[in-house]
Design a protein around this ligand. Sequence first.
Ligand code: A2P
Length: 328
Amino acid sequence: MDASLEATSFGIPEYILSSSGQRMPLLGFGTAAYPPVAPEVTKRAILQAIELGYRHFDTASLYGTEQPLGEAIIEAISLGLIKSRDELFIASKLWCSDAHGELVLPALRRSLQNLKLEYLDLYIIHWPLSLKPGIYEFSIKKEDLLPMDFGSVWAALEECQRLGLTKSIGVSNFSSKKLADILAFAKIPPAVNQVELNPLWNQKKLREFSNANGILLTAYSPLGATGTVWGSSRVLENQVLKEIATVKGKTIAQICLRWAYEQGVSMIVKSFNGERMKQNLDIFSWSLSEDELQRINDIPQSRASNGEIFTSEYGPFKTIEELWDGEI
Ligand code: A2P
């Protein structure tokens, strides 16, 4: 990763994405809150984050946060916090019901309209499967699950990049095997794969595969997504992390984020609390020792977000083993 590390903005290192040359701040700000909060609350949190120095924002058509993000960007420019939108890295995601070749471009145009932007920096396939068109709720019905035609969906994403509507394209929740399937025919390889990654699910195998193929892993739930339906407090309550944090005079959250940075991945962290937003930024001027890294690597591993809702006897993946191709 070092070869691609570049100058920093507000102390956040940036990574040059291999397939597009786009600069991505390695620490991004997550906008998905659970339970959902009012758009005005999201907008205010984003404005505060921009003021504090966050420059990379992650949203998705599913989250309902594209509009408040777009409004926050307009306000940040009018307040003089940034000069133009070009100073930000904005990523959004294609929801499964739009993961059909002919629906990709209209879905991206809708996201851009919500965000009031001319282009995205990164457009990501949210999950490696499709849903019947027109379904935008997260309460997924098993009978609506469909296999994704990777060839036509990926070709449509490539077209979005060629049209300049997104600077780079990527995927989320893909196993090594599914990445290899895409790489076999992609004209533009995925720049990133956004996956659950934290000290309790370190994605060692996927990291090695991604590094070997020039794909940047982005960690979601780097703190274990405490407070959500898919996450828990198990990461922030882990005893080993607690001991390391105490000795170093850091918080457990900072240990998790610093650890992720030292694994050569980028990360999306969500906090709508000003103090925690600041704390999460303060991870680039200190490091973990070999011994501390080893202790973290020895933590027993298990997934929290196992994607069970995307499995069905009648759908493309009957079991979570099939969904993750055994990487569970
Ligand atoms: P809050 O928004 O109230 O700060 P993840 O990034 O793994 O998805 O985790 C997000 C969750 O972790 C949110 O509930 C967020 O709550 C909480 N969180 C974010 N930063 C910290 C921190 N530094 N310490 C403790 N909890 C945090």
